[in-house]
Design a protein around this ligand. Structure first.
Ligand code: DQA
Length: 154
């Protein structure tokens, strides 16, 4: 490998996207709110338009699995993009996990949670994240990735 390639490789950042409950149904579920594209398809385009970033993906409908993933990745990954879905509004445990790890986390929502039901206006996660992005459709993830890039000064 040439020296340039080695430097390029060393600079490559590892970003993990974590999606919470029901987000496995993107493209099928409430299309008027969440759109008609599956996350897998969106992820393909996100990966191909960001060749210098290693993007990994994890989805779970189970609170404890999300916490375990945060513990497992939160000391080695450079950044985490977290859409905890409905757990955003209920889970002190996920919020504590975000606080407990070293990796910076950005909170993401596809819909604008502040323009929806009152119970969605509260986020237990926000205070422990470096920032929150809400309301830009699936491009909330793209915006979060850009924000993380700048934060990490890739
Ligand atoms: C969501 C918003 C949450 O209120 C909701 O429970 C979700 C998805 C979003 O991405 O817009 O499942 O996190």
């Amino acid at each position: 490998m040439s020296e340039n390639r080695v430097n390029e490789f060393e600079k490559m950042k590892n970003i993990l996207i974590i999606n919470g409950p029901n987000l496995n149904l993107l493209g099928v579920r409430e299309k008027n709110i969440y759109g008609s594209i599956s996350f897998e398809n969106y992820l393909k385009s996100l990966i191909s338009s960001n060749p210098k970033i290693n993007i990994e993906y994890f989805q779970s409908n189970i609170e404890g699995e999300i916490i375990n993933k945060l513990h497992e990745s939160g000391f080695t990954f450079d950044g985490i993009i977290l859409n905890a879905a409905a757990y955003t509004h209920t889970s002190i445990a996920i919020s504590d996990a975000v606080k407990a790890i070293k990796t910076p986390v950005i909170e993401v929502h596809i819909s604008n949670i502040f323009a929806r039901e009152n119970y969605r206006h509260v986020s237990y996660l926000g205070a422990n994240c470096i920032g929150s992005i809400s309301g830009f459709g699936l491009d909330s993830y793209k915006i979060a990735l850009k924000a993380l890039e700048d934060y990490l000064k890739l």
